[in-house]
Every structure is written in structure tokens, then in C-alpha cells.
Design a protein around this ligand. Structure first.
Ligand code: 4NP
Length: 178
């Protein structure tokens, strides 16, 4: 990507200690690999675990695949995020519903023009898990945590190809104007 202003993506789940921190680090890994100028963060729709590090099980299974989640800390999604981010990715359909509800609050709070975030599912363009939920692993066993990693890797690859197409189109438009 040629623009100096990074594109900003926020990954969102319920607690911000299992799925969205995993999505944040995996998506960052694939974006960095393609040298895309994208900033990635994560948040939770709930305020269950503010300031907490990712769940130790998420950390353990992520590290086995080379992803270090240890520096991340949970925070709650806020109306300001709809101004600060270009894209908000929901891990499941309940997250999507709650993000859309907060968007309505943000629209009431701020002038509409300030809001720039688009909202989509993490699996929006993932042909393997198309528009499927990223299941919450919190109350389950190790398979759930491995599945989160599998889906995050698959969906991140799909997003990277969407971002590359978007950036190529933007770049072409800039050239056409000149
Ligand atoms: P996450 O998982 O939304 O993937 O971070 C959860 C973490 C904590 C809880 C629920 C889901 N909880 O109920 O505390």
C-alpha cells in the first residue's frame, strides 16, 4: 500500500481475551507479511475483563503456532472506535448485532460524517468458513482454541486479498486523476 495514512482495523469479540486478540495478532502477521500499511487492534463488546491479558489457553495454543499474545490487554469497544477505525470485524453474529447497536449510539453522539468505520464479519470473505461465526472457546476444551486459530488464519488470508485489491484500486484511481 502506498498511502502514508494506515488503514485501521479493529477485531471485536465479547470478552477481548480469546477470539479478538487471536484475530488481531494473526491478521497483523499476514498483513505485515504482505507489507500492507494496516494498523490492527482489538476490543470486546463487554466490560468483563478490562486490562486483562489474553486467556492463558489462547496464549498457549497461539504460541504453538508462533503467535505471541502476551503483551495485549483487554478493553471495551467504545463509540470513539467508529471514528478511529476504518473497519470493525465481528467474530460472531451476536458481536455483529452489539457492534451495530453501539454504532447507532455513536451516530446519535457524533455528527454522521465523523464516523468512518465499516462493519463486517471476520469470516465475511472466507470461502472456507463463509459468514460463519468464530465459535466462543471460553467454556470449552482445547479443540475450540485450535479452531479459533484455524479460522483466524483462514479468514485473515481472505481479508489480506481483499485489502490488496482495495489498495490497488485506490492506487489506480490516484494515478488516473494525475
Ligand atoms: P472471547 O471469549 O469473547 O472470545 O474473548 C470470552 C471470554 C470471556 C467470557 C466470554 C467469552 N466471559 O463470559 O467471561
Amino acid at each position: 500500500m502506498s498511502s502514508q495514512t494506515p488503514y485501521k482495523v479493529l477485531c471485536v469479540c465479547l470478552g477481548n481475551i480469546c477470539r479478538s486478540p487471536t484475530a488481531e495478532v494473526v491478521l497483523r502477521h499476514y498483513c505485515d507479511k504482505q507489507q500492507l500499511n494496516i494498523v490492527i487492534d482489538s476490543a470486546g463488546t463487554s466490560n468483563y475483563h478490562p486490562g486483562k491479558a489474553p486467556d492463558l489457553r489462547s496464549q498457549k495454543y497461539a504460541l504453538k503456532r508462533g503467535y505471541d499474545l502476551s503483551a495485549l490487554r483487554a478493553r471495551q469497544l467504545s463509540t470513539q472506535d467508529f471514528i478511529d477505525f476504518d473497519l470493525i470485524l465481528a467474530m460472531d453474529h451476536e458481536n455483529l448485532f452489539n457492534i451495530q447497536a453501539l454504532l447507532a449510539q455513536a451516530q446519535a453522539e457524533y455528527a454522521g460524517s465523523q464516523i468512518r468505520a465499516k462493519i463486517a464479519l471476520m469470516s465475511e470473505y472466507d470461502q472456507t468458513y463463509l459468514k460463519q461465526a468464530l465459535p466462543d472457546p471460553y467454556y470449552g476444551g482445547e479443540d475450540g482454541f485450535k479452531r479459533v486459530l484455524d479460522q483466524c488464519e483462514s479468514s485473515s488470508l481472505a481479508w489480506v486479498s481483499v485489502f490488496k485489491q482495495q489498495f490497488q484500486q485506490q492506487f489506480k484511481q490516484q494515478i488516473d486523476v494525475k
